[in-house]
Design a protein around this ligand. Structure first.
Ligand SMILES: Cc1cc2nc3c(=O)[nH]c(=O)nc-3n(C[C@H](O)[C@H](O)[C@H](O)COP(=O)(O)OP(=O)(O)OC[C@H]3O[C@@H](n4cnc5c(N)ncnc54)[C@H](O)[C@@H]3O)c2cc1C
Length: 272
C-alpha cells in the first residue's frame, strides 16, 4: 500500500520544526529516518496530513563526550553508534546496535526516532531506561529534559507533546559492565524478549514482557546482593506477568526471560 496524501515540509532549524508542529498540531508528524513512520503510513496505521522532515537540520547528528556523560544528537543513526569508538564506558550502546533490524535500517534509523516511536522491545528504549538517559525535547516553551523512567507511557506512547522535537539523548553515567541481549525468530526482527543488565548500577530491564521497557526490582535486588546470574534470571521470570499470545505462549516467554537475563548477566560480568 501507499500512504494517504500528505504535505511535505523540510525544516531547516529545530525552531522551524517546532513552529510547523505548533501550526499543524495533531495533523503533523516529525519524520527523521522514516524507518518506522513511513512503514506505518504505508499500512495506513498513521495518516499525518503534514510531515515535518528534520533529517537535514544541522548539528543534530553529533556524538559528544561531556565529562562522564555521553550526548547523542537526535539524528545520530544506529549505524553511527554501532561503528563509533565509544570506549569501554559506553561499549554496551555500540554492541547493542547489532540487534537493530538490518544494515539499511540501521543506516537511516535514528536514536531519537526509536525513542519517540517507543516500541517496548526497541533496543534504544531498553538502553535509555537501563542507563537513566534523559531525553531532551524542544517545544514552543523551550527545552526540557525528560528522564527515561518517565518518558515511556505505553505502547507507542511517550511523554512527548505533539509540538516537541527531541534534540538529544543524554546518557549521564558510564556503564562498563552492562550488556543487552535478545531473541527474535528471524535475524533483524523485533525481539520476542530482550534483556539488558547493568551490574554496576544494579539494573535489569526487560523488553517484550510489558507495554513499556520493564525494570525488574526483584532481579535487581538479587544482583545488588551478589546473587548469581541464574538467581537473577529466576527472580526476573517470577516477577513478570505475561499471557499466552498467538505464536508465543507465556511459558515460552518466561523461559526466554530466564535464559536472556542469565546471558546478559554473564556477558556484562565478562566486561572488566
Ligand atoms: C524491517 C524493520 C525492522 C526493524 N527492526 C528493529 C529492531 O529490531 N529494533 C529497533 O529498535 N527498531 C527496529 N526497526 C525500527 C528502526 O529502528 C527505526 O529506525 C526506528 O524505530 C525509528 O527511527 P527513525 O529515525 O527511522 O524514525 P521515523 O520513522 O522517522 O519516526 C518514528 C517516530 O518517531 C517520531 N520522531 C522521529 N524523530 C523524532 C524527533 N527527533 N523528535 C520527536 N519525534 C521524532 C516520528 O514522528 C514517528 O512518530 C525496524 C524497522 C524495520 C522497517
Amino acid at each position: 500500500m501507499k500512504p494517504a496524501a500528505f504535505t511535505y515540509h523540510r525544516a531547516r532549524t529545530v525552531a522551524g520544526a517546532v513552529g510547523l508542529l505548533t501550526e499543524f498540531g495533531d495533523d503533523a508528524k516529525v519524520v527523521a529516518g522514516g524507518q518506522s513512520l513511513v512503514a506505518m503510513m504505508n499500512f495506513r496505521l498513521a495518516r499525518p496530513e503534514h510531515l515535518v522532515d528534520i533529517s537535514r537540520i544541522p548539528g543534530l547528528d553529533t556524538i559528544t563526550r561531556d565529562g562522564p556523560a555521553l550526548r547523542l544528537g537526535a539524528l545520530v543513526t544506529h549505524h553511527t553508534v554501532e561503528t563509533a569508538d565509544l570506549g569501554a564506558d559506553f561499549r554496551v550502546l555500540s554492541e547493542a546496535m547489532r540487534w537493530v533490524g538490518h544494515l539499511p535500517i540501521r543506516t537511516r534509523g535514528t536514536v531519537a526516532g526509536s525513542l519517540a516511536h517507543a516500541d517496548a522491545t526497541a533496543e534504544w528504549c531498553l538502553l535509555a531506561v537501563l542507563l537513566d538517559a534523559e531525553v531532551v525535547a524542544e517545544g514552543p516553551a523551550g527545552r526540557r529534559a525528560i528522564p527515561a523512567a518517565e518518558f515511556f507511557h505505553g505502547v507507542f506512547t511517550t511523554a512527548l507533546e505533539p509540538d516537541e522535537v527531541i534534540v538529544e539523548v543524554v546518557f549521564p553515567r558510564p556503564a562498563r559492565r552492562a550488556a543487552l541481549t535478545e531473541f527474535a525468530e528471524r535475524r533483524g526482527d523485533f525481539a520476542i524478549v530482550a534483556a539488558a543488565v547493568d551490574l554496576d548500577a544494579y539494573r535489569v530491564v526487560l523488553g517484550g514482557v510489558a507495554p513499556v521497557p520493564l525494570r525488574v526490582p526483584a532481579a535487581e535486588a538479587v544482583i545488588a546482593g551478589g546473587g548469581s546470574p541464574s538467581e537473577a534470571g529466576e527472580a526476573a521470570t517470577a516477577a513478570i506477568e505475561v499471557r499466552d499470545e498467538p505464536g508465543v505462549s507465556a511459558r515460552y516467554r518466561r523461559a526466554l526471560t530466564r535464559t536472556l537475563v542469565v546471558r546478559a548477566c554473564e556477558e556484562a560480568a565478562a566486561r572488566v
